[in-house]
Write a protein that binds this ligand. Structure first.
Ligand SMILES: C[S@@+](CC[C@H](N)C(=O)[O-])C[C@H]1O[C@@H](n2cnc3c(N)ncnc32)[C@H](O)[C@@H]1O
Length: 227
């Protein structure tokens, strides 16, 4: 093993680019999880820990589930789903990669989390407007920038009236150029979350804890309750 994070990301870019050339922008996730053969060291984002920026935000808010329903978008190996389970949410978590979902189920075998293989762009109809808490971490940034609006609208669609959405993403300034995968998200792009009726309640900028990495946005949105 012993590959550096940059070598792992390079392999990710290689697999992604092979798929893009065939016009397939999401197939590389499954290919990568499969190639890893159960070794999370090959998955750059899979550290088997809840996301540190989300945890910091959640601790600062004393976030508690209290039996509320939560949906984790692009859940990968399920570390953030497990964290929400610990906080007392009733958790559903999905990913487009069946291999990731089988892996997440194995890692979280003792937990009452509903892990599903599903495509963000073709979700179960019953999920639309159905969740009191939606968590999105790092699914926007590896999808092509041309899909950004569509991706954001799809994520926003799961939030129930009165419910909240939290987004954690690599950030960039509005006028910064983007070069290679993963493509950070700008404030202007995040504003798309409010187009479908969500209200931005918080936008926190957190410095990266790793050298040379972009800052993170942690954004919170509310879908007003219907009166
Ligand atoms: C960069 S990873 C982040 C995984 C996890 N959220 C984390 O932070 O560890 C992006 C995840 O989104 C999933 N994904 C990408 N496109 C998706 C789609 N259209 N529907 C559902 N999941 C998707 C990928 O399979 C991958 O697990």
């Amino acid at each position: 093993m012993g590959e550096t994070i940059e070598q792992k990301r390079e392999r990710v870019r290689q697999i992604a680019s092979e798929h893009y050339k065939r016009g397939d922008v999401t197939g590389w996730f499954e290919a990568l999880y499969k190639e890893a053969e159960g070794d999370n060291e090959y998955i750059p984002w899979a550290d088997l820990e809840p996301n540190r920026y989300f945890r910091q935000w959640a601790e600062s808010k004393h976030l508690k589930g209290e039996g509320r329903t939560a949906l984790v978008v692009g859940c990968g190996l399920g570390d953030d789903a497990a964290y929400l389970d610990d906080l007392g949410f009733r958790v559903t978590a999905f990913d487009i990669s069946p291999t990731a979902i089988e892996w997440a189920k194995r890692l979280n075998a003792g937990r009452n989390i509903d892990f599903e293989t599903a495509d963000l762009f073709e979700p179960f109809r019953g999920w639309l407007g159905a969740f009191e808490f939606v968590l999105e971490i790092y699914t926007i940034q590896p999808l092509p920038i041309e899909m950004r609006e569509r991706t954001i609208e799809a994520i926003a669609s799961f939030v129930k009236p009165g419910g909240r959405l939290v987004v954690v993403t690599r950030g960039r300034e509005d006028d910064d150029e983007v070069d290679e995968l993963p493509w950070p998200v700008s404030r202007r792009e995040l504003a798309r979350f409010t187009a479908g009726g969500l209200i931005e309640t918080e936008l926190v900028v957190m410095p990266s804890e790793e050298e040379g990495e972009p800052f993170r946005f942690v954004a919170e949105y509310l879908r007003p309750a219907v009166s």
